[in-house]
Design a binder for this molecule. Structure first.
Ligand code: SD4
Length: 319
């Protein structure tokens, strides 16, 4: 059909879409396409929320989460809280290809990556250091701890979730109306209906060190099953990993729902328990139909390309 192959990913991360598409066009595999697509965002530091130099944790360090899932074999490779290695999706692929495991975490994931030949690098940048310093200087309470008495002097200032910034910094799209934590989630289906999904993120700003989000968790951050299709998520990962929305969307499609309906029903399931949830889901069926749903933001853009569209197209869904 003219709907396959298809590349779809969260947000207007069109470079990533294009990179994955390029791989398919030059005869690369679906797995290679997802690695190239998510890897592009790691290089581009998409929105500052993927790759190095973003979302420092409370201690100021940037750590990365990523996963890849092969819908043919249902094998998964993932890394969480990966330190000092930039190409998180590449390491996730190596976990899938060279171990019998699914998820490697933290310092040990870094050691695995180095052993596999990935370069050890500093993930700090001036930007990430500034984000962290500003947060520190505002005497912010740790964002993500319960039962901490509120700081009477100041709240968390510019980086508090869903608050418009108060100071004179020029707001970026991520300050207003979005989550302070975007992620690339991607699903690719080739013309043989092979489905692969992947994610890459640096998680949430000022997270408690060691915090892992939904992105490297199969069924939460993404899910792929070549019998059905795939899905990928972005948003509040601490909530999403409790409801496995990517798995849920694939299961809804398995039961006959369109990708749009499947995504909407999965988001509904989350809202039922967490009405203030912010996040979004993309879904694609094995025959190339696509859809998305979101909550907690005005609109959610995703990027998609297939032979019918011919070029990378950003589609925005209302939340
Ligand atoms: C997380 N879900 O770590 C990721 C971040 C993210 O849009 O998506 N954001 O919670």
């Amino acid at each position: 059909t003219d709907l396959l192959p298809v590349v779809i990913n969260t947000w207007a991360f069109t470079n990533a879409t294009q990179s994955a598409w390029q791989v398919l066009q030059s005869g690369g595999s679906v797995l290679d396409a997802v690695v190239a697509g998510c890897g592009q965002c790691e290089v581009d530091q998409c929105d500052g929320t993927v790759g190095y130099g973003g979302s420092p944790d409370e201690s100021g360090e940037t750590t990365l989460d990523a996963m890849i899932m092969d819908g043919q074999t249902l094998s998964v490779g993932a890394v969480s809280a990966l330190k000092r290695v930039k190409n998180a999706i590449g390491v996730a692929r190596a976990v899938m290809d060279y171990t019998t495991h699914t998820l490697l975490a933290g310092e040990s994931a870094t050691q695995f990556a180095i052993g596999m030949g990935f370069k050890e690098e500093d993930l700090h940048t001036n930007r990430s250091i500034n984000i962290w310093k500003q947060w520190k200087n505002n005497h912010c309470q740790p964002n993500y701890r319960k039962n901490v008495s509120p700081n009477p002097r100041k709240s968390c200032g510019p980086y508090k979730r869903n608050k418009v910034i108060q100071n004179d910094r020029i707001p970026s799209s991520r300050d207003i109306g979005r989550f302070n934590h975007d992620t690339i989630g991607m699903v690719v289906v080739d013309k043989n209906r092979k489905v692969v999904s992947g994610t890459s993120t640096n998680g949430m700003n000022h997270k408690v060190p060691g915090r892992v989000g939904d992105s490297p968790i199969a069924g939460a951050g993404s899910y792929a099953d070549s019998d059905v299709g795939g899905a990928a998520a972005t948003g509040d990962g601490d909530v999403m990993m409790r409801l496995l929305p990517s798995y849920q969307a694939v299961e809804f499609m398995r039961n006959g729902d369109s990708p749009s309906l499947a995504a909407a029903k999965s988001i509904q399931r989350i809202i039922h328990h967490y009405p203030n949830f912010s996040g979004a889901l993309i879904a694609v069926s094995k025959d190339g139909q696509v859809g998305a749903a979101c909550n907690g933001i005005p609109a959610f853009p995703y990027s998609v390309i297939n032979p019918k569209l011919q070029k990378v197209t950003v589609v925005s869904v209302k939340c």
